[in-house]
Design a protein around this ligand. Structure first.
Ligand SMILES: N[C@@H](CCC(=O)N[C@@H](CS)C(=O)NCC(=O)O)C(=O)O
Length: 341
């Protein structure tokens, strides 16, 4: 076949790929008929997911689930949150008890390749650290030789801490717990000298201390903990919806679209990126098996990524985390969404 003959065929193939609407996956169908997204979250990780005394959930991971519900069901409130500890989380997703796991979970090769799940993206770049009582006068993780360390079972933290002490040729003893509550209880009662987990988790845990100022988080970061949502394998359509919900929240921030200005921008903005994002020009929803307003609703009902970050984890919250590497790529960070087009 000559190049001349090939060209119309390849153009036809490209055309079909561009125009084809998504097939509804079985998870999307189930979510629609149930009228709820079932979202696996942390039992208590302030800033990521935590319920107040009224049972109202807040956090970056919680907002993300609400974003999926806004996109798919038109209402960010249509989420059932299922609190899961570190060891329960993957089994719950595998068994179909949840539609999405949105729970400060580190993306590793083993988890991505062998648990029947697949990570969709990274929504927080973290790393593992150590918290100690100030009265111990320890200013460096390199001085933790001989310490008793509290750590949670079924986490990357458990594995990293072993690597760190072995590489530093220091002895240590672990006390392993199944829940965050048990760990913080033990640590704040002085049953271990050190608490190790993701830096963001430590910042959240410290807010629960009887006297947060009595504790210090050491500066050393001993691992990479890229945290993000995951879904069951085998449903590519659902995977795409979850992944692009995250990207929409980043794209909205990048284009200056906020919960407060989204309505005005939708009608008044002449920026093609904004019009595409909000369904004014392209219908990106159709490609995902959703409607034209899916992305508009995410921003309107939940906000963009930066808004969610500042509301839940930022420097004006008790957690007090700076954006740092979690800033957008054009502001010195690592957050980068592929084009929403
Ligand atoms: N990012 C790490 C750690 C995540 C994690 O589960 N951290 C514990 C730290 S205490 C936690 O959040 N526990 C809450 C719970 O299990 O209820 C991982 O994916 O393994």
């Amino acid at each position: 076949m000559t190049l001349k003959n090939l060209l119309p065929i390849s153009l036809a193939v490209i055309g079909a790929a561009v125009a084809a609407p998504a097939f509804a996956g079985k998870t999307l169908d189930a979510v629609k008929s149930r009228g709820q997204v079932v979202c696996g979250v942390n039992t208590s990780a302030p800033g990521f997911s935590a319920a107040d005394s009224q049972g109202r959930w807040t956090g970056l991971d919680v907002d993300f689930c609400r974003g999926v519900a806004a996109a798919v069901l038109g209402d960010a409130a249509k989420v059932k949150f299922v609190p899961l500890n570190s060891q329960q989380r993957f089994a719950a997703l595998q068994a179909g008890e949840i539609d999405v796991l949105s729970r400060n979970t580190t993306w590793t090769l083993t988890r991505d390749a062998s648990l029947g799940i697949v990570f969709t993206n990274i929504n927080y770049y973290d790393g593992q650290g150590f918290m100690v009582p100030k009265k111990l006068n320890i200013d460096s993780a390199k001085k933790l030789g001989g310490a008793t360390v509290c750590v949670q079972a079924g986490t990357t933290s458990e594995k990293n801490v072993a690597d760190f002490f072995a590489a530093s040729k220091m002895k240590y003893k672990t006390v392993v717990f199944d829940t965050a509550e048990a760990i913080t209880g033990a640590f704040f009662a002085g049953r271990c000298q050190v608490y190790t987990t993701d830096m963001s988790d430590l910042a959240g845990a410290r807010t629960k201390a009887p006297k947060p100022d009595d504790y210090t988080i050491l500066p050393m970061v001993i691992s990479k903990e890229p945290l993000g949502p995951s879904v069951r394998r085998g449903d590519d359509e659902w995977f795409q919806i979850v992944r692009w919900t995250s990207f929409v929240m980043l794209d909205a921030e990048e284009n200056g679209v906020t919960q407060a200005n989204v309505d005005k921008l939708r009608t008044e903005s002449t920026d093609p990126n904004v019009q595409r994002l909000l369904g004014g020009s392209d219908d990106t929803g159709k490609l995902l098996g959703l409607d034209k307003d899916w992305a508009y609703r995410i921003v309107k009902q939940v906000g963009n990524y930066g808004e969610s970050f500042e509301r839940n984890l930022g420097t004006k919250t008790p957690i007090g985390l700076p954006r740092g590497v979690n800033n957008l790529w054009n502001k010195g960070g690592l957050m980068y969404a592929p084009p929403v087009r």
